[in-house]
Design a binder for this molecule. Sequence first.
Ligand code: ADP
Length: 462
Amino acid sequence: MDGLSSALGSDLAAAAEPVEAMDVARRTGQVTASQVYVLLRDRPLPPSRRQPSFVLAAPVYGAGDVPDAGLLRGWLLMGVRGVDFVDGTLKQIARGVINAKLTDVSVPGQERQLAALRDGEPIGDTGLYRETPIDVGGRQWKLELQPTAGFLTTGDTYTYQVIMSSGAVASLLLAGLVLVLVTSRDRALARVEQATSALQADIAHRQQVETHLREREAELERFAAVAAHDLKSPLTVIMGYCELVEDRVAERVDSQVTGWLKRVRTGTRRMQHLIDDLLAYAAAGDGTLDLEEVDLDTLVSDIVMERTTHLEDERPNIEFGRLPAVVADPARIRQVLDNLIGNAVKYVRHGTVAQVDVSAERDQDVWRIAVADRGIGISADQRENVFAAFSRARGSGYPGTGLGLAICRRIVNHHGGEIRVEENPGGGSRFIFTLPVTPEPSGQDPAAGRDGLAAATGRHPG
Ligand code: ADP
């Protein structure tokens, strides 16, 4: 009626009047007018601007060849403000010679005035007063008309016609409203049908695309895993023969040839690392977790020992206080901590000694485990990217495949936790991951379920 429309609408249950009208409309199948009340959307207005109003409620049924044909689908409601309604209709005709009052008289003793039009002093001759009953949407209204002093100066015939037509106009207008409502009902229904079928088509299309993508993803991963697996043995052969040739010809060939052989070996080792990482990545998010209690203290001590004993000088300084025991898959959680500690040791300014601090604390239902370093750090815009497969933030001069953190994220997510990196106050990076104190036994993530490699292969150190 006023061009206002809210996408969300309002909960009509907050007012008894429209609910009652909807209930009657449902029972009778007819367009029904509510009792007079202040529309919910007008309630926030200042009292002087609130108007007695009503709604017309039309029940809407499923029609045509649909499963719910004949069943109630909902209602279409039209709110009408009393003063606006009377001003827009009677005021035009009354032209200052008639006062009018519209009252809902459906419930004896509970009359509610909808609107009053007062254009002047009513004349004393009550014989000229008129009362017209109006039946609107199952309710009885009364239209009272009183000629004013202005009436006396106009011709009788005209005034009489005015008075009579006022009632007729009001009735006609209400009938018009009902008609508008009934025709809008069909339009509304058609729009709902249209929107629903468009939505259903869209959902079906998305599901199709998603299934297709999942299939492709699983296929690619299987391909990568199988390819990686099959590449391993020829590489081992290359590596073995390379070492053999090196041993045999060491004395006989010049240093240039030994240099070439060394390059073959380095390249082959890099390829082995990449294959190991690919296999670990493929396996990280899949399969059932072998959950058991893992003592992080022992685990971190082992990793530190492995990573530092062979170093002669400039051993990294890796500190950790008392670490708790968590419930996790030991092999996989080892991979996570090994990758994080390995990176913390690796990404330091050349010529400086790594400073690493491993800590853990409990935060309600999760363990929060942190690996902090004083290394080269990761710029804020790279902090999310580094968890994507093959992405390297600042690779130059540091060996690596760009898969380690992607593996970590998969494993942590598989356990029901999360991993992120932030700036370590004072310089460096701080990787934090969570593990549920009581993880789900199945440990299946939503993307799992495809036949990845059965066993996780360990990642090469650093
Ligand atoms: P890789 O180390 O094999 O390149 P990762 O997935 O482990 O792959 O790491 C991705 C990138 O994140 C690295 O190339 C590096 O740029 C950055 N990065 C990881 N850990 C650290 C760290 N502790 N300090 C600084 N940069 C890091």
